[in-house]
Ligand binder design. Structure first.
Ligand code: SF4
Length: 104
């Protein structure tokens, strides 16, 4: 009986570990957008807004950054967060792209 209880405990513990590992992966931060990504290039995305190529993207104005863009859904104070222009990835709070729109 003791052996069976021990085996049951081990099986439950293994199941719990597997569940926690899966949950940990789900909570892991998404990868940052790579500036050389095709979408990033076409939108003029830069991780540092101050490095935007204003020759190609003259819409950029100093002070504009992902953190104050209406499309940014990251938490205030975080270094990066989600943006629907880059599904499954995170944009830098200090970033910028040509779709920028001032948050109301
Ligand atoms: S849409 Fe806004 S939040 Fe998204 S990358 Fe462009 S500037 Fe940043």
């Amino acid at each position: 009986m003791v052996t069976r209880n021990r085996r049951t405990f081990i099986l439950h513990a293994a199941g719990l570990c597997a569940a926690l590992t899966t949950a940990g992966r789900a909570l892991a931060a998404p990868p940052l957008v790579d500036e050389s990504d095709t979408t990033a290039k076409s939108l003029g995305y830069r991780a540092k807004a101050s490095s935007v190529d204003t020759g190609k993207f003259p819409k950029y104005q100093a002070g504009q950054r992902c953190a104050n863009c209406r499309f940014y859904t990251g938490t205030a104070g975080d270094a990066a967060g989600p943006c629907p222009m880059f599904p499954g990835k995170a944009v830098s709070a200090d970033g910028w792209c040509n779709v920028y729109a001032q948050r109301a």
